[in-house]
Design a protein around this ligand. Structure first.
Ligand code: CLF
Ligand code: SF4
Length: 287
């Protein structure tokens, strides 16, 4: 039986959770290629389209390559003092890849002072949250785009769950239930939680206030409403205008804090948010 109600884990300075993002940076390790769901805005050519930009490709790392890269970056005079967070955010879903856990283990052993952060679609969160807690995960992002399974069914074409493929609203029902259950457990473990919601005009915009209320109630700390990047099934959808995004965030702010500095960064981003040393592709997966 898992223990609950742990002390809050220290994420002071985390640039995606209110820390100084002009001073503190993060390093993403692209160790997680596989995904277990299909979001309508995800183009497999670009993988985790939650936060990808088209036309870029990634270089995957094994856990041993990843820890070697952390060593290299932390030894750098310029980057070493900047990096406060090690994140795993794709290019697929971190929880669908065993490499994620091995990588966090290696990072925790060698760099215990760094904040460990992960972003997921949440499908496997209830069954993996104990392991993430044992590995010392500090902060967690869950990408949650709907509470209503009918709306979710328009966003997720299918999920692969315990060897079964589910489609439409049935798939969304399972996914949403697991996201909420996993989020609640993560909060009980003292993790600091952000919820990413991809704003898809005409599909889930009406859901956003209810998502904000629900995740706040379950223990989330902040919400990141992200504009749709139109591609794949949603290639024909007009993304939200900056004004629409701003008004949704402002309305949401009355319910839960809003993170507004997201740059929809890549699975192998290194450095300050928006000023990365290198680019390859999607991150903060769905992740
Ligand atoms: Fe990376 Fe995501 Fe952790 Fe940040 S990113 S796993 S919470 S350390 Fe940050 Fe990048 Fe936006 Fe993500 S700016 S895409 S919100
Ligand atoms: Fe793509 Fe991420 Fe959704 Fe998986 S969770 S389908 S990688 S956007």
């Amino acid at each position: 039986m898992a223990t609950t109600c742990s002390a809050k884990k220290n994420i002071q300075g985390h640039p995606c959770f209110g820390g100084n993002h002009h001073k503190n940076g993060r390093m993403h390790l692209a160790v997680a290629p596989r995904c277990n769901i299909k979001c309508g805005y995800c183009s497999r050519r670009h993988d985790c389209a939650n936060e990808s930009r088209p036309g870029v490709t990634s270089r995957l790392l094994t856990p041993l390559e990843a820890i070697a890269k952390v060593r290299e970056v932390m030894a750098s005079e310029i980057m070493g003092p900047i990096i406060k967070v090690i994140g795993i955010a794709g290019p697929g879903d971190p929880l669908a890849n065993e490499e994620t856990f091995e990588t966090f283990r290696l990072v925790g052993e060698e760099f215990p002072h760094l904040i460990k952060c992960m972003s997921t679609n949440g499908l496997l969160l209830p069954e993996k949250i104990d392991l993430l807690n044992e590995l010392g995960l500090h902060s967690l992002t869950v990408t949650l785009n709907a509470l209503d399974a009918q709306v979710g069914g328009r966003i997720y074409s299918h999920i692969n769950y315990h060897g079964q493929k589910y489609t439409g609203a049935e798939a969304a029902r399972i996914l949403i239930a697991n996201q909420l259950q996993g989020l609640k457990k993560a909060a009980e473990f003292g993790m600091t939680i952000k919820v990413n919601t991809v704003l898809i005009p005409g599909v889930n915009d009406a859901e956003v206030p209810a998502i904000a209320e629900k995740v706040k109630e379950l223990g989330a700390f902040v919400m990141n409403v992200m504009p749709l990047i139109p591609q794949a099934d949603f290639a024909g959808v007009t993304p939200p205008s900056p004004e629409m995004l701003e008004s949704v965030r402002t309305a949401n702010e009355r319910i839960i804090g809003q993170f507004k500095h997201c740059r929809q960064c890549r699975a192998d981003a290194v450095g300050l948010i928006g000023q990365d040393m290198q680019f390859a592709k999607a991150s903060c997966s769905g992740n």
